[in-house]
Design a protein around this ligand. Structure first.
Ligand code: DX5
Ligand code: ZN
Length: 225
């Protein structure tokens, strides 16, 4: 019924951050579809990464889609900063303090795509009512905060539920999955209906192109859409 494209989003959290621009260009040239930028505030999650100024300088270096994952307590207050910095997709957490409807509208007012993310303990049904109003759902398959954690199996059924509901509503919503994605787990989540795959530690090892190609191949083989 729908043609839902598989996309790979390397998370730069796992790269050599002292060479952020060069590393980003490398994954772009290796075939990544978007760059996943993990913003953490040390409050919503127990870790601090980078913010809009870093994204703004990186924006000048490469033309890839910027997929900004906000793990911050008050996303509404910072949407303008990230929009101005050059984000293409802005994803905020449903568990954050900002009202979801207003945050969706604000992101759209800047002409950006909207993603809503849920943590491992948040039921899939919580995002259902937002599906007609957003472009992407991000299902976290680890507790947000750190790269390199093990994949949580419970995320598979959540992806299945969201894909089923999106299909019921006639929507071709992107379903992104983030945390512990490698050449094996990508099959499980692709089969369940995810189509956008974030991977940090799996991609930023040695051969970026080989890793991205294998993720695409295995996701394509497993997909049920
Ligand atoms: C975790 C971040 C992820 C993380 C993924 O809070 O949202 O994007 O960098 O890293 P890996 O792929 O190593 O699990
Ligand atoms: Zn992320």
């Amino acid at each position: 019924m729908f043609k839902i494209d598989i996309k790979i989003a390397p998370s730069v959290l796992a790269c050599d951050l002292s060479a952020l621009a060069d590393e980003s260009i490398k994954v772009y040239e290796a075939g990544a579809h978007m760059l996943h930028l993990d913003v953490m505030d040390g409050h919503f999650v127990p870790n601090i990464t980078f913010g809009a100024p870093v994204i703004k300088t990186l924006r000048k270096k490469l033309p890839i889609l910027f997929d900004v994952h906000l793990m911050i307590s008050k996303p509404y207050d910072y949407i303008k900063d990230f929009a101005d910095a050059g984000a293409d997709i802005i994803t905020f957490h449903l568990e954050a303090e900002s009202p979801a409807e207003e945050t969706i509208s604000l992101i759209k007012s800047f002409g950006k795509k909207v993603g809503i993310s849920i943590k491992p303990n948040t039921p899939a049904t919580e995002v259902f009512k937002y599906l007609p109003h957003i472009d992407m759902v991000l299902v976290m398959s680890v507790e947000p905060g750190f790269g390199g954690q093990s994949f949580i199996e419970g995320s598979i059924d959540k992806i299945r539920e969201i894909r089923k509901e999106a299909a019921r509503l006639g929507l071709d919503t992107d379903i992104q999955v983030d945390g512990g994605i490698d050449d094996k787990t990508v099959r499980l989540v692709s089969e369940a209906g995810a189509n956008v795959f974030v991977a940090g530690s799996y991609i930023f090892k040695d051969d970026y192109k080989k890793a991205i190609d294998l993720l695409i191949k295995n996701a394509e083989e497993a997909k049920s859409l």
